[in-house]
Write a protein that binds this ligand. Structure first.
Ligand code: PLP
Length: 430
């Protein structure tokens, strides 16, 4: 596929027709195993002299089409689809860091990622050093000889301030430290590789699918990081791997392209930890991707209209949307989000916790769910749900106040979205 246009890639990249049947739609290869042509073929596949299907825990043709399509859209070289976004976050770090190592991460993270970093990776001996993303230099200050990666979200909620991708990537590259970006909230709107990131990951559960039917994740290798140039900084890619006959990943797969990072993840972490995506879910994500360019445009337009509407309401104390930022956050928005600001929008009800609850209970079209990124409009009141275990001070530190409501604005007609919000606001503040 020679096109660079996302509308075309979303429909064509990585697939033309099924080699066995000429089927146009990507078939769901619902099989665990693949027959080898000969003992030589089997040996080549296991020895990585040839890439091909062995067993669906490691790869599968439906998954492969999904991976190729998302890698093409992202401008990367290869991808690995996984069972969930959580698996993608965990693997993206574990692929570089082991016990005794550390990574530096932005504080502004999805709660599940925060838990993974602050507890589970810590228990595994991987320290995560959290720094304020408003100051890129904080990443450099937190770095030491055992720092293996930087990590951040492109458009973290609730603050919705774009992360300084180019600034932090530029600090890491000369040090041999890759920037891993969770781009879940901004697919196609931001391509982190264009700004110097080395790895991109997604919870495909959100916008990539869009239908809200499937949990999945994907990690994409930019193929743009010189692992070999930093042998001391990146030992897992430069020292012999005893789990694979002493393979040195930055060398072993060179003939296959600049895919050392993602191939190592597939044949070691996925092999050993087993967070495989089901073929059917790969198929469903392919269905989602076909309309991703259209949806991201519609989400962005609708959320911008919602932000403007809410900003004009007297019962709304504050609107949190990239269009409302001032100062440095507005400059970052202009730099990173010129194609659209995404579908998320938060707001603060003047009436606090009670008003927040009443608002949610009065919604008729918006769904009250913990998810984001469906084609349908979604809402949640974190103060009485996702953040209710935290003290008010802890909630405030994460950007959640008692009257804060998070909207994931869908692609319904804008008149219906505004009508539902309007009637629920009236009911909440009556
Ligand atoms: N990253 C972000 C930004 C998310 O919003 C989520 C889920 O909400 C995840 C990662 C985890 O993804 P999953 O729920 O698919 O495991």
């Amino acid at each position: 596929m020679t096109s660079k246009n996302p509308e075309t890639l979303a429909l064509h990249a990585g697939w033309r027709r099924d080699s066995a049947t000429n089927a146009v739609a990507v078939p769901i290869y619902q099989t665990t195993s693949f027959q080898f042509d000969s003992s030589e073929h089997a040996a080549n596949l296991f020895g990585l002299r040839e890439l091909g299907n062995i067993y669906t825990r490691i790869m599968n043709p439906t998954q492969d089409a999904f991976e190729q399509r998302i890698a093409a859209l992202e401008g990367g070289v290869a991808a690995l689809a996984l069972a969930s976004g959580q698996a993608a976050s965990a693997f993206s770090v574990q692929n570089l860091a082991r016990a005794g190592d550390n990574i530096v991460s932005s504080t502004d993270l999805y709660g599940g990622t925060w838990n993974l970093f602050a507890n589970t990776l810590k228990d595994q001996g991987i320290e995560v050093r959290f720094v304020d993303p408003t100051d890129p230099e904080a990443f450099r200050r937190a770095t030491d000889d055992r720092t293996r990666a930087y990590y951040a979200e492109t458009l973290p909620n609730p603050k919705l301030i774009p992360f300084p991708i180019a600034e932090v990537a530029a600090i890491g590259r000369p040090l041999g430290i890759p920037l891993i970006m969770d781009n879940t909230a901004a697919p196609l709107l931001v391509r982190p590789f264009d700004h110097g990131a080395a790895v991109v990951m997604y919870s495909a559960t959100k916008y990539i699918g869009g239908h809200g039917t499937s949990i999945g994740g994907v990690v994409i290798d930019g193929g743009n990081f010189d692992w070999e140039a930093h042998p001391a900084r990146q030992p897992l890619l430069n020292q012999p791997d005893p789990s694979y006959h002493g393979a040195v990943w930055s060398q072993a797969v060179k003939p296959l392209g600049p895919i050392a990072y993602i191939l190592k993840m597939r044949v070691t972490l996925l092999r050993d930890l087993g967070a495989a995506i089901a073929p059917f879910n790969s198929f469903l994500f392919l269905q989602g991707i076909e309309t991703l360019p259209l949806r991201m445009r519609a989400h962005s337009e609708n959320a911008l209209a919602v932000a403007k509407y809410l900003a004009g309401r007297k019962d709304v104390a504050r609107v949190i949307h990239p269009s409302q930022h001032t100062g440095a956050a507005a400059e970052r928005t202009a730099k990173y989000l010129p194609k659209g600001m995404g579908g998320l929008c938060g707001f603060e009800l003047a009436g606090g916790l009670d008003a927040g609850r009443k608002f949610i209970d009065s919604l008729k079209m918006f769904y009250h769910v913990a998810n984001i990124g469906d084609a349908r409009s979604l809402a949640i009141h974190p103060g009485s749900t996702t953040h209710s275990q935290l003290t008010e001070a802890e909630q405030a530190a994460t950007g959640v106040t008692p009257g804060y409501v998070r909207l994931s604005v869908g692609i319904e007609h804008i008149d219906d979205i505004l009508a539902d919000l309007g009637q629920a606001l009236d009911a909440a503040t009556a």
